[in-house]
Design a protein around this ligand. Structure first.
Ligand code: NAD
Length: 300
């Protein structure tokens, strides 16, 4: 009789997050609010103080709404520190990268931080579309590398899409599965294919909406209203694109197009034009809508 293999599961207590943009700061908040010690890193102090300000603002809103106690807010805040130096990740059991969707940048970050972390530390990426296998292979621990894709906004959305690269080992997956439960998220496992499940379906839909705009099928308000009222979507595709970030949407379409080689994934030139203009959506104050005015007004 063969004995079942007992897989040791690493217990995660301390978490490092790289990138304090809309995803990284949300992920840091989720872990801090769930009792983990969190270190958040970004390129400079300005980026970090903005990230902390946004986290504090979100937690204050929760306190005002009565969904978070002031005491839990203080505890979460005390669990979180920030840094521009990866030496602060020395105690992290898990480090999640959530920087700009750019493979070269992500590889550079993993290479730079590896010397500062424990041999047992699990490395994870929050990438929306890049191959987990390829990112894993470029690190010093491909077997302890995994994709943990949080949805935006991370503190609100229930799903984490978890992707094993080809070399990812079972204890790493089990550790992340246990972690998902501790932070109150539902895990869906996706195969390591470009853009995984959610963005494989969602981002081409947004790209199609941009084509519809480009071809004059309807204007921004018409297309958003049509999808909200006609398809029961809570946000129209342009509202959602602005929320995600147009640079991220474009990067995901490019990965789908290049890696699946199917012309149906070609990014709409109009989407590229918005990104060229640095009209990236809510995070830059303007995308398909202009957020300088309330309510936000379509930009064309
Ligand atoms: P963002 O532009 O809001 O933030 C990116 C952050 O990375 C910025 O704070 C930037 O300063 C930081 N950064 C850049 N270079 C860095 C470096 N060398 N070292 C440390 N920090 C650095 O982007 P985002 O929307 O938070 O996306 C981050 C990642 O999450 C991407 O991989 C994206 O595909 C993925 N993602 C995005 C969404 C979404 O809806 N926006 C959802 C899920 C996953």
């Amino acid at each position: 009789m063969t004995r079942p293999v007992v897989v040791p599961v690493v217990e995660i207590r301390a978490v490092g997050v790289v990138g304090g943009g809309q995803m990284g700061r949300g992920i840091a908040q989720v872990f801090a609010a769930s009792g983990f010690t969190v270190v958040l890193a970004d390129v400079n102090d300005d980026a970090l103080s903005h990230a902390v300000k946004m986290i504090e603002r979100d937690m204050q809103r929760r306190v005002d709404r009565g969904t978070l106690t002031a005491e839990d807010r203080e505890q979460a805040r005390a669990n979180l520190t920030t840094t521009t130096d990866y030496a602060a990740f020395a105690e992290s059991d898990l480090v999640i990268e959530a920087v700009t969707e750019n493979e070269v940048l992500k590889n550079t970050i993993f290479r730079t931080l590896q010397p500062h972390i424990k041999a047992t530390t699990i490395l994870a990426t929050n990438t929306s579309s890049i191959s987990v296998t390829r990112l894993a292979a470029a690190t010093d621990r491909p077997e302890r590398f995994i994709g943990i894709h949080f949805m935006n906004p991370a503190p609100v959305m229930k799903l984490v899409e978890v992707t094993r690269g080809l070399p990812t080992d079972e204890p790493t997956f089990q550790a992340v599965a246990a972690l998902a439960e501790r932070i109150g998220k539902r895990l869906v496992a996706s195969a390591d294919t470009p853009a995984f499940i959610v963005n494989r379906i969602l981002i081409p839909m947004i790209n199609e909406a941009v084509y519809a705009l480009y071809e004059g099928v309807g204007d921004i308000l018409a297309i958003d209203s049509a999808m909200k009222l006609g398809a029961n979507h809570p946000m129209g595709p342009f509202e959602l694109a602005d929320y995600i970030g147009l640079d991220t949407c474009l990067a995901v379409m490019r990965v789908l197009h290049e890696e699946l080689g199917d012309s149906k994934y070609r990014p709409c030139p109009l989407l590229a034009k918005y990104v060229d203009a640095n009209w990236l959506g809510k995070k830059s104050g303007r995308g398909f809508y202009d957020y300088a005015v309330t309510p936000a007004r379509p930009t064309r």
